[in-house]
Design a protein around this ligand. Structure first.
Ligand code: ZN
Length: 203
């Protein structure tokens, strides 16, 4: 069979507590199947993937019918005799035992949380904008200025700033960051709690 035209269907996804995940352990067949195109299917829909391999033998798959065209690595743990498989999150590249399915494709829980935080309207979004604006005022073009995962607590003091003023301004940013994460986390628990329908409405 030609590698490029291999088609197969792998039923993988599980529905647990109302939300959808793919588990690395269910995708072990991707380590040995011929490279090519497959579908990850379940009773609701089907994600098309292309299984590929890089020169060092590490495999990954591309999602081809999701909004974000993703590349998800299939990483095995060398230490264990029974091969343990992990999937890399396409957003943070951290290896995970499972990924969540959402509107754009797959994501780990941490990145999904951030994604909702940045997409949600209202207070949270205004807070994020305000934090970034204040950060820009203090740190100007410091690389992580727009990255809310990084707390401003660890940003360096700009040379020209006076300590007293700097401490005050920085404290304000950190306070807003705390408020932001409080909202993000309560929203996330709400979304991933029992009420799957409200979760979907917000996507
Ligand atoms: Zn991630």
């Amino acid at each position: 069979m030609s590698k490029a035209f291999h088609f197969g269907h792998i039923r993988t996804r599980q529905y647990t507590a109302g939300y959808t995940r793919i588990f690395a352990k269910d995708l072990k067949s991707l380590l040995t199947l011929p490279l090519g195109k497959y579908c990850l299917t379940d009773e609701y829909n089907s994600i098309s993937i292309e299984l590929k391999q890089i020169d060092n033998g590490i495999r990954f798959f591309k999602t081809t019918n999701t909004i974000d065209k993703q590349e998800i690595g299939l990483i095995t743990c060398g230490k264990s005799a029974s091969t343990k498989l992990y999937l890399t999150c396409p957003y943070c590249q951290i290896k995970r035992q499972h990924l969540y399915e959402f509107k754009k494709g797959y994501s780990c829980k941490a990145c999904l949380k951030l994604s909702y935080a940045s997409q949600s309207e209202g207070k949270q979004e205004r807070l994020a904008r305000r934090i970034r604006k204040l950060r820009k005022k203090i740190w100007d073009n410091f690389p992580d200025i727009n990255n809310l995962i990084e707390s401003a607590e660890y940003f360096p003091k700009p040379k020209y700033k006076r300590w007293a003023k700097y401490e005050l301004e920085r404290a304000k940013v950190i306070e807003l960051e705390k408020e932001f994460w409080g909202l993000a986390s309560s929203q996330f628990h709400r979304l991933f709690g029992k009420d799957w329908d409200s979760y979907k409405d917000l996507m």
